[in-house]
Design a protein around this ligand. Structure first.
Ligand SMILES: [Zn+2]
Length: 161
């Protein structure tokens, strides 16, 4: 038996001011779009903002539905919209923030498993790392690639060597 320990590289920041002006703009977009989420059932509002390499910022928020599986997370709303509108433009940054009743989560909200898989495929599709910023009340987590979020991810190329 072999045993492996898998490590990820996660950075923690204390303030939005620690980021570049452009990153702060994307963070602000994620915070603003969070409040527009349609979270009728969970009351947990999530905002995502992606920065494309061409400077375009695309936002998305969670869209819930009475038929629960029909809803979609903020991250995928933003990513799918970005990929639909700009199919040839890589994404360089994704910011996520979540909260309830206008109060940001204490700990940074992290993407669900399904979103991680979509984020990874978007990263692999363009072969360029997507930086991820997850914003909480008192701490901000940063990852420099989606690969950090999804070790041992589903690999459709398993049949090839
Ligand atoms: Zn999700």
């Amino acid at each position: 038996m072999k045993q492996y320990e898998i490590k990820i590289n996660l950075q923690e920041y204390q303030s939005v001011e620690d980021f570049t002006d452009e990153e702060q703009t994307v963070i602000k977009s994620a915070l603003e779009t969070k409040d527009k989420a349609y979270a009728k059932y969970s009351h947990f509002k999530v905002g995502a903002a992606v920065l494309l390499e061409n400077g375009e910022i695309i936002t998305g928020n969670n869209q819930e539905n009475a038929a629960f599986p029909s809803g979609l997370c903020a991250e995928r709303v933003a990513l799918f919209y970005a990929n639909a509108q700009f199919p040839d433009v890589p994404i360089s940054l994704l910011v996520v923030a979540a909260g309830q009743n206008d109060v940001l989560t204490y700990e940074p909200a992290t993407p669900c498993g399904a979103c991680r898989q979509v984020m990874l495929e978007t990263e692999l599709r363009f072969d360029k790392p997507i930086k991820i910023i997850m914003v909480g009340q008192n701490k901000i987590f940063v990852l420099n690639s989606v690969k950090e979020l999804l070790p041992l991810s589903f690999n459709p190329d398993l049949l090839s060597e």
